[in-house]
Design a protein around this ligand. Structure first.
Ligand code: PXG
Ligand code: PLP
Length: 441
């Protein structure tokens, strides 16, 4: 029997996610409060947030409007059943959200995370194919190095070996496109890399192997985030779209990271001018404050489900917290903040300064690539022989000591600051990373 203990260094009960628990608990890094661009660490230091939490706090921390919307909602209606009942905020949020989604994508299914958005999107895709008389289309095509959350569907279409290898057989009927990271051809690219469009043609090979009549959907991140910022080569997404159209395959964009202004547009679909059939979103939807995700579908998909008998449940799917009132209130306030502060435009205006600042690190020790798009950046380091990830992780620890929060994956430093960052703070973040790089062994 264990009892709750408030002793700050009693850290055993909490099994931390995606964390080296033993290492962390021997030398914890605790954040205790946050405001605007900064966290406060337990030892009282201000930490500049170079990652928007985990790619989610796009409007910056402790935004008054969002905080008070949440407080008011808890007072008014804390929870309402999600099935066969409604409450106004979920409908209001869906209406507000579709104001900024691509044309003809006007229907939203709410979830509680990016992982659940992915599961939902995959299920909708397969069910849609069946509803339109294409029941043999059940295969799902993901991509190497893709991250689509941690549930079984998501790790099946995902392409990160550590997230897959421990967990058995996964979904059957899945295949993968090659990833688009071509360091020999595209290193130090600014924006979309020039080479690699032809990698999209691999979809045709996969289609020839399985036949189009067996494939329901292709799912990709427009820009891969978790796996270290892989930016689509010029023309690549357009080619995927054309192939999917030609072969009757749905195209799903997992915009859990790229949604809500990360590239300076509402969605990456807008940035690249390529409209998918389904968008997965989460994170920035509520500024990361309350867990919530959304799956946005083309009108044609929603309409296909709405043709049956009026008293039949059209989709046997949903979560206890789908459209939760407090999350919905947080999301509405978040969308208002994005709009009032014109944060997506701000991100697009800052992108040039961001690019130049990051690329100024090109000559620092161990830097083998720098890449950027919108307010996303990556600095790839040469791994220590036999000890991959160690060098970048050491950079992360040193940056934290110096008062900057960065994120590392493998030997890649990934950056994604809140969209409220200013030029001086960009320079401060980059200077901090420069100092850290100069100290690395
Ligand atoms: N899809 C994509 C594209 C994501 O980036 C998910 C799905 C899953 O979302 P949830 O809310 O279930 O975590 C994500 C999440 C990192 C990092 O450091 C990235 C994510 C989560 C945590 C850390 O790169 N992405
Ligand atoms: N497990 C059990 C036993 C449940 O009763 C439920 C929901 O009612 C779930 C899992 C799913 O939970 P959620 O709807 O929060 O995803």
């Amino acid at each position: 029997m264990s009892t709750y203990s408030a002793i700050p260094n009693d850290l055993e009960a909490f099994w931390m996610p995606f964390t080296a628990n033993q290492q962390f608990k021997s030398n914890p890094r605790m954040l205790v409060s946050a405001e605007n661009m900064h966290y406060k660490s337990q030892d009282g230091r201000d930490i500049l947030d170079g990652t928007a939490g985990l790619w989610c706090v796009n409007a910056g921390h402790k935004r008054e409007k969002i905080v008070s919307a949440i407080q008011a909602q808890v007072e008014e209606l804390d929870y309402a059943p999600a099935f066969q009942m409604g409450h106004p905020k979920a409908f209001a949020l869906a209406n507000k959200l579709v104001e900024i989604t691509p044309e003809d994508m006007n229907h939203v299914f709410f979830t509680n995370s990016g992982s659940e958005s992915v599961e939902t999107a995959l299920k909708i895709a397969i069910a849609y194919q069946r509803m339109r008389g294409e029941a043999s289309r059940t295969r799902l095509i993901g991509r190497e190095r893709g991250y689509h959350g941690v549930n079984f569907g998501g790790i099946s279409v995902g392409g990160i070996v550590n997230n897959r290898k421990m967990f058995g057989a996964l979904l059957s009927g899945v295949d993968h496109l090659p990833h688009t990271h071509l360091p020999d051809l595209n290193s130090f690219s600014k924006g979309q890399p020039e080479h690699g469009l032809e990698l999209a043609n691999d979809l045709e090979r996969i289609i020839k192997l399985h036949d189009a009549s067996t494939i329901a959907a292709v799912i990709v991140e427009p820009v891969s985030g978790s796996t270290g910022v892989l930016i689509p080569p010029v023309g690549y997404l357009e080619r995927l779209r054309a192939l999917c159209d030609h072969y009757g395959i749905l195209l799903i964009f997992d915009e859990v990271i790229t949604g809500f202004g990360r590239l300076g547009t509402p969605f990456a679909a807008d940035y690249f001018g390529v409209v998918p059939d389904i968008i997965c979103a989460a994170k920035g939807l509520t500024n990361g404050i309350i867990p919530m995700g959304a799956v946005i579908v083309k009108d044609e998909i929603y309409t296909q489900f709405m043709t049956g008998p009026k008293d039949t449940i059209e989709l046997f799917h949903g979560y206890t917290y789908s459209g939760n009132p407090v999350a919905a209130a947080a999301a509405i306030a978040t969308l208002e903040v994005y709009e009032e502060d014109d944060l997506f435009l701000r991100a697009s205006e800052l992108a040039a300064h961001w690019q130049e600042a990051l690329h100024s690190l090109a000559d620092h020790p161990f830097v083998i690539d720098i890449r950027n798009i919108g307010l996303i950046g990556a600095i790839e380091l040469e791994p220590i022989q036999e000890h991959p990830t160690k060098r970048a992780f050491s950079a992360f620890l040193r940056a934290f000591e110096r008062g900057c929060l960065i994120r590392t994956t493998g030997d890649i430093i990934a950056l994604s600051p809140p969209l409220i960052i200013n030029k001086a703070q960009i320079d401060e973040l980059v200077a901090c990373i420069g100092d850290v790089l100069s100290e690395l062994e």
